[in-house]
Design a protein around this ligand. Structure first.
Ligand SMILES: [Cu+2]
Length: 353
């Protein structure tokens, strides 16, 4: 939020929260109902869909008892399936062996405009890679030759800018790909780590907020220890186009891993590839309950950097997190900015024996 806008808001005692409270029930209908998620273990959500969807947060009224089951509209099976697919799906490309013994991986990415559901009943006119936000998680091993064919089937110019080491003419900054055109990126995957890719056409923040990004994982030649792996791209959506976010999500759908928890086992090693592409807010964060994780910043070294329960990431920063649960139960994870978690960035690990 700009300073001027912030001052203006402060003067009027106005905030995103007020916008949501006043506007979302009326403007977006049932959308407001998900904003305060129901909690832990009860799948039977009551659909409120009234302008009092935020009623549980009101102050100054004794009538509003917190009933978590009345605070969220149930996410559709389709949306939850999609969020869980993105959580666990890695695109290794089409693999070929080259004469020199190297592995060639070929990927195809198409830019297209698509309305995506970001919360129950809330649709956002996104600019996407392959019709999803975030785009597919591309995965390779250090030293592989990557060939990414990019087709622009959208109505604006786009590119793919990969983080990592590559030649200047493969950087996706100056080689603008116009609608109907294509470009093939080719470079060697290096260094190993948790990277990302995104569009780099100006105005950059427009292309970012619209959804043009995805995780890009390069494995070390000697693979990391086996684990239950997942990718979490922290993102957000500005649904009223005022350059601040109304919804905070992981992998594009609010409370996806709350409405359907992530099942894990006691003692099982978990590895999370965490990427922050939240536009408009300088930072985002990940916090785990009842546990701590080993933090591998950018994932470019095999020794962990810290043992902690919270990591803060700037825009474009990422980390690899490793943990295992000692106790069974339901353990939340969420942004430690309370506002972000209340607006959709919250999930639960359902840890079983
Ligand atoms: Cu773009």
């Amino acid at each position: 939020m700009s300073l001027d806008k912030k001052k203006d808001y402060q003067k009027r005692g106005w905030s995103r929260r007020h916008f949501l409270k006043a506007g979302i029930g009326g403007v977006l209908g049932t959308a407001g109902a998900m904003l305060l998620p129901g909690l832990l273990g009860n799948g039977n959500r009551v659909e409120t869909g009234t302008s009092h969807a935020m009623g549980g947060m009101s102050h100054g009224s004794g009538d509003h008892k917190m009933d978590p089951n009345k605070m969220t509209k149930k996410a559709s099976k389709e949306s939850l399936d999609n969020a869980h697919r993105i959580l666990k799906e890695f695109d290794y490309g089409e693999v070929e062996k080259l004469e020199d013994g190297r592995t060639l991986r070929k990927y195809t990415i198409t830019a297209m405009e698509k309305e995506v559901e970001i919360a129950p009943g809330v649709f956002y006119p996104a600019w996407t890679y392959n019709g999803q936000v975030p785009g597919p998680t591309l995965r390779a091993t250090e030293g592989d030759l990557l060939r990414i064919t990019f087709q622009n089937s959208a109505s604006h110019p786009h590119t793919i800018h990969f983080h990592g080491i590559h030649p200047g003419n493969m950087d996706g900054v100056y080689e603008i790909v116009y609608p109907g055109k294509s470009f093939t990126y080719e470079f060697t995957a290096e260094p190993f780590g948790c990277h990302l890719y995104h569009c780099h056409v100006m105005p950059l923040k427009k292309h970012m907020e619209k959804g043009m990004y995805g995780a890009f994982i390069i494995d070390p030649k000697e693979p990391r220890e086996e684990a239950n792996e997942m990718v979490m791209v922290m993102n957000a959506f500005d649904t009223d186009f005022d350059e601040e976010n109304e919804f905070y999500t992981v992998n594009g759908f609010a409370n996806a891993y709350m409405d359907r928890m992530i099942d894990v086992k006691v003692g099982e090693k978990l590895r999370i590839y965490l990427v922050n592409v939240t536009e408009f807010d300088l930072i985002n964060s990940f916090h785990i309950h009842g546990n701590l994780f080993k933090l591998f910043r950018t994932g470019t070294q095999l020794d962990h950097y810290e043992f902690t329960d919270t990591v803060m990431l700037c825009q474009g920063e990422r980390s690899v997190l490793e943990m295992s649960f000692k106790f069974p139960g339901k353990f939340m994870f969420h942004a430690h900015q309370s506002e972000f978690s209340e607006l959709g960035w919250m999930g639960v690990f359902n840890v079983k024996e």
